[in-house]
Design a protein around this ligand. Sequence first.
Ligand code: PLP
Ligand code: COI
Length: 356
Amino acid sequence: MEIKIKKATELKELPEDDSKLGFGQIFTDHMLYMEFDRAKGGWGPAEIRPYGILGLEPASACLHYGQIVWEGLKCYRTSEGLRLFRPRENFKRLNRSARRMCMPEVDIDYLLAALKELLKLEARWVPKTLGTSLYIRPCMIASEPFLGLHKANRYILFIILSPSGPYFKEGFKPVKILVEDKYVRAAVGGTGEAKTAGNYAASLKSTDEAMEKGFSQTLWLDACERKYIEEVGAMNMAFVINGEVVTPPLHGSILSGITRKSILEICDHIGIKAVERRISIDEVIECIENGTLTEAFGLGTAAIIAPVGSIFYKEENYIINNFEVGPIATKLYEELTGIQYGSKPDIFGWIEKVEE
Ligand code: PLP
Ligand code: COI
């Protein structure tokens, strides 16, 4: 299938200073656009077109019933060119999310080839400084106009690009997290495992209240007992207890993070014991108090590795590692970003070149 390219007539100015890039605020000149129509036999060709307004009818199904799935991955500038980190994992997850939301799957090879074409055209937008990257946001929405409650027959998939710096204003410094014991994000059997807009909508009230109190994000507990650690708003969670990295298992209500999966593999390779097991908030508090929990950090594409300096639970604030970045978070950050930015060899075969 061919990829059509319609170039923008006027190009935007690049951000002046990489160090001032926030997260997801600036968008490049072009985007990828594809339409699906069941009546026409599926997906049409991908088109690269100027970044701009989507033509959506007010009755479009996504606006009413939330058939929206999306992904987040990054393109890095390395001394050997532009690189993607495990993009096929993102597209596989996009397809899993799509299946859960009764949406059409995409051809991963074709979408990756189309994304590479877009990145080649937008290469000048990939920032240069270590720690910055071009954040890639693929998103699929139901575009068919109707108000009956059933899956749509028409969809749009678009990919937009945003030169970005650190997700948290703190950068690679500890953040403060609030444990949420009133609201829940997702229950097993629901859509928590899918990367779908509704999960994020469900998290906003808690995040908003947490931010108003000076916390960066919410740490979710399980929806049934409000007892077991799930994940943080935009990242998976890991703790270091007795020198072991512990992260909650993937049991259906949390996102199967690609950073989490990569960190488990890196730990295995460098000889840090890492386990996936249920961990209760009571255990976390007890281990902070008896000194066996020495580090906590979030894991995610946007957040990379985000050290957690304190956990607030039931009106008590528990400080972790004197609110300092710990040695295991530092080591894992160096290993992961080393592979992403090309200063360490890609021993796992995770890197995909944009240009051969
Ligand atoms: N959990 C949630 C809710 C997220 O939004 C993200 C970010 O994508 C993650 C976890 C981490 O996933 P990944 O490492 O694939 O970015
Ligand atoms: C990502 O890391 O790509 C995410 O999806 C988190 C998002 C809320 C920015």
